[in-house]
Design a protein around this ligand. Structure first.
Ligand SMILES: Nc1nc2c(c(=O)[nH]1)N[C@H]1C(S)=C(S)[C@@H](COP(=O)(O)O)O[C@H]1N2
Ligand SMILES: [Mo]
Length: 258
């Protein structure tokens, strides 16, 4: 029978050498994996441009999975934090006015609501103002990195749906909104549109909206970044597919949830 040789304890030098070997070995393996991953992604095909910009297909798959995870935890009982009116900014920041007109024709403005059947409803501002008014003071967040507490008044999107008998339309997964000239447009998932704090707003700081903030009607959707808060709504459509979205076409996240 062979007897095991007792192991000699390692010298300090041997210990250092061993650790150095492990460290560099790990570094080399991880670098190789990182390079491999990067070149795999670089050589993967791009998705076809649709409502979203042409991203690398695996990256889009990952983004879609993230969106799904967010959508699963989204709950209409979770409310965005609100503030007392005194905390709202008196001078509200203006940011980007694609599709806005300096002097919108408010007199003749009507909200065009397109149903799946092709039927179109035209709704006036007075009709909207006749519905219960909901006020909201919340922290508005723009993807560009600023936020501001602001104060809005209007009709809850869900009240608008119920009042105009659009419940069957709201069973569809998406709603699309656009300015009257169609130059700015957003697509919103229905649960976010039906969130109890989502408003079709016609007032800011207790006064009618001014043109640069979306006169006469804008979307206020506090569960989304500013990009989805379309100013000057001309039309609303209901859809089973994702409606076109201005910034998603430029590569921004379609969901843009907070
Ligand atoms: N029609 C239209 N709506 C729009 C935009 C736009 O360019 N055009 N910009 C969006 C962006 S990026 C932000 S942050 C908010 C800013 O709203 P505010 O100018 O009222 O602060 O409006 C959103 N709605
Ligand atoms: Mo923004």
């Amino acid at each position: 029978m062979k007897s095991k040789k007792p192991k000699k304890p390692l010298t300090i030098e041997q210990k250092i050498n061993r650790r150095t070997f492990i460290s560099f070995g790990t570094f080399a393996v991880l670098s190789g994996a990182a390079y491999g991953g990067w070149s795999w992604l670089k050589n993967s095909p791009k998705e076809t441009r649709t409502v979203t910009a042409g991203a690398k297909a695996p990256l889009r798959r990952a983004l879609n999975k993230t969106e799904l995870a967010f959508r699963r935890v989204f709950n209409n009982n979770n409310l965005v934090k609100t503030y007392p009116k005194e905390r709202a900014a008196k001078v509200v920041r203006y940011n980007s006015g694609i599709g806005l007109q300096p002097n919108p024709d408010v007199e003749n403005w009507q909200l065009q609501v397109k149903k799946q059947s092709g039927e179109v409803m035209n709704i006036t501002l007075d009709q909207l103002k006749a519905l219960p008014k909901t006020e909201l003071v919340f922290d508005f967040k723009c993807v560009e990195g600023w936020d501001q507490i602001s104060y809005w008044g209007g009709v809850k999107f869900s009240d608008f749906i119920a009042h105009f008998n659009l419940t069957d339309q709201a069973a569809m997964p998406y709603v699309g909104l656009a300015t009257p000239n169609k130059k700015y447009y957003v697509g919103i998932d229905m649960p976010s549109a039906m969130h109890p704090q989502t408003l079709l707003a016609y007032e800011m700081n207790n006064k009618p909206l001014v043109p640069q903030h979306g006169e006469p009607l804008r979307l206020i959707i506090p569960v989304k970044y500013g990009i989805k808060n379309l100013k000057c709504i001309g039309s609303i459509v209901f859809s089973n597919q994702r409606p076109p979205d201005y910034w998603a076409e430029q590569g921004y996240d379609y969901y843009s949830g907070l």
